[in-house]
Write a protein that binds this ligand. Structure first.
Ligand SMILES: Nc1ncnc2c1ncn2[C@@H]1O[C@H](COP(=O)(O)OP(=O)(O)O)[C@@H](O)[C@H]1O
Ligand SMILES: [Mg+2]
Length: 327
């Protein structure tokens, strides 16, 4: 069995705002094995990006604070370790392509300057070697004429090219884990396919471990080995992608799957899960999904379900299974 690289246990990140406490991440549990792609999936606003930022403590603080949980990496808890240790981990061991990656480039420096700066963050190398490495990385991202691309300013590149350059930059220190937060959201379908191929290739050729964040289950099907479904800041189901797609256990996961387009029936209008995502300023009592759940029971309004194993490859947080267990 592949080694466990990262273990996230009951992570909670709250924002203390003038309007109240925003419980953006409120019980996220998942693990990542060497060489696998773990997908974090859920509707917009459910806490995926804040989860990713929390792994490296990159959210705004204040107002944000990790109020509970652990992130174990290489024998160290990244939640409680000194920031000086995190600086070594960021970029070198765990690297991140941010959700709005294309605007993360500084407009006044060339793409090459910015990639080379990143290469030098964790130990300087000869300038000529850094240029060579930057070229190689851009080439790996299928960017044509990499030498010329290095001399370009961000505004001279198309969105898709910038996104690929950002992935190249995040790979500059050969990280063990790449976190890609919705990397295909702002690009057209051709570039989307290209980026998905790049990530699949990284997994197979470099044995890279990837945390892939998306709201789109069809991308999970394309790239994921395992998935963690997030709702209301909490992981409500984890399992192999095969299991999650074929035997979804949580009513929310079932809802997400019913919204997938079905090419065979040529469905014109997609069904959607009735209701809206919960407000993290005012989460419902008990299970956050209770207002939208087709299988809601009395207990769902009063007690929060725990994430429990229902098989050796699947965990779910739903009272349907806790009630079953007690009987
Ligand atoms: N800096 C912040 N201050 C207050 N609330 C925030 C902040 N960042 C994110 N949030 C809130 O946290 C919740 C989860 O956000 P996010 O993780 O970005 O969702 P997702 O990536 O799943 O779409 C949202 O309700 C968002 O408004
Ligand atoms: Mg997000």
């Amino acid at each position: 069995m592949p080694a466990m690289l990262l273990e996230v246990d009951d992570l909670q990140t709250w924002f203390y705002t003038g309007r109240g406490i925003v419980k953006a991440v409120n019980g996220v549990t998942f693990s990542l094995q060497e060489g696998e792609c773990l997908c974090l999936v859920g509707e917009s606003g459910c806490g995926k990006s804040v989860t990713a930022l929390s792994l490296l403590r990159l959210f705004d603080s204040p107002p944000g604070k990790i109020v509970g949980g652990r992130v174990m990496f290489d024998g160290t808890d990244l939640v409680s370790c000194p920031v000086s240790h995190l600086r070594h981990v960021r970029g070198k061991d765990i690297s991140m392509v941010f959700q709005n990656a294309q605007s993360a480039f500084n407009p006044v420096f060339t793409i090459g300057d910015q990639i080379i700066e990143q290469i030098n963050v964790h130990g300087r190398i000869e300038h000529a070697d850094a240029v060579k490495l930057a070229c190689k990385l851009l080439e790996e991202m299928s960017i044509p004429e990499p030498e010329r691309a290095l001399k370009m300013y961000p505004h001279q590149m198309s969105g898709g090219m910038k996104q690929r350059a950002m992935i190249a930059m995040s790979l500059s220190c050969n990280p063990r884990i790449l976190i890609a937060d919705e990397p295909t959201t702002a690009v057209d379908v051709t570039i989307r396919a290209q980026i998905m191929n790049i990530l699949l290739d990284l997994k197979s050729r470099r044995n890279m471990s990837i945390i892939f964040i998306t709201h789109d289950l069809s991308l999970v099907r394309e790239i994921g080995d395992r998935a963690a479904v997030v709702y209301g800041g909490k992981v409500v189901e984890t399992g192999t992608v095969e299991n999650i797609l074929q035997k979804p256990a949580h009513p929310y996961t079932r809802g997400l799957i019913s919204c997938l387009p079905d090419i065979s029936t040529n469905a014109k209008r997609l069904p959607s899960i009735p209701g809206t995502t919960p407000n993290p300023l005012d989460l419902p009592c008990g299970c956050s999904f209770n207002p939208r759940c087709p299988d809601v029971m009395d207990i769902c309004h009063t007690a929060e379900p725990e994430l429990l194993n229902i098989s050796n490859v699947q965990c779910v947080a739903c009272h349907m299974y806790t009630v079953e267990k007690r009987q």
